[in-house]
Write a protein that binds this ligand. Structure first.
Ligand code: HEC
Length: 141
């Protein structure tokens, strides 16, 4: 009897942890779909270009901050009620977990079953936003 209770508690806490983790099943499924579509082979044509980074910053502010927050930490006002929460796009660990091509695929296609619905950017606009995020939070200085 005691054993069953312990197992149930373990199961519940594991489920709660999975819901908060960056590797939640929705994101993992999106990564797999993107990779199956060849996203890992994609390169950002705007990477490191100052004018593109500036254009990407404007797009990020207009289209992403409501959920991802002004500093990309996942703390925008429209994101507080979402489960899973918006990703912290400034987090180096989460950023490093996928190629830029996978992130591009997600910006265009969203993550099924989450608040990350495709925000309606063109493929080129999506590269601009990713060039901005990379230059601002993920480039060694
Ligand atoms: C309506 C809210 C909302 C908006 C607007 C939104 N996102 Fe998201 N985004 C989310 C949520 C929620 C997740 C996390 C889903 C998950 O963990 O499964 C996410 C995840 C992501 C991811 C995947 C991160 C990873 O490595 O797993 C990327 C990349 C991303 N968003 C980029 C953007 C960009 C760029 C924009 C603007 C063009 C944007 N999002 C707009 C809610 C939003």
């Amino acid at each position: 009897m005691k054993k069953i209770v312990v197992l149930a508690l373990l199961g519940a806490s594991a489920a709660a942890f999975a819901g908060r983790s960056a590797s939640d099943p929705h994101a993992a499924a999106a990564y797999a779909k993107a990779r199956a579509a060849g996203a890992d082979a994609e390169q950002n044509p705007h990477s490191g270009d100052p004018a593109s980074i500036e254009a990407g910053a404007k797009l990020f502010e207009a289209r992403c901050t409501t959920c991802h927050g002004p500093k990309a930490k996942g703390d925008g006002p429209a994101g507080t009620a979402l489960d899973p929460k918006p990703a912290d796009l400034s987090d180096p660990t989460r950023w490093a977990a996928t190629s830029v091509g996978v992130k591009h695929w997600i910006v265009l296609n969203g993550i099924d079953g989450t608040g990350m619905v495709p925000p309606g950017l063109t493929p080129d606009e999506a590269w601009l936003v990713l060039a901005y995020l990379e230059a601002t939070y993920h480039r060694a200085r």
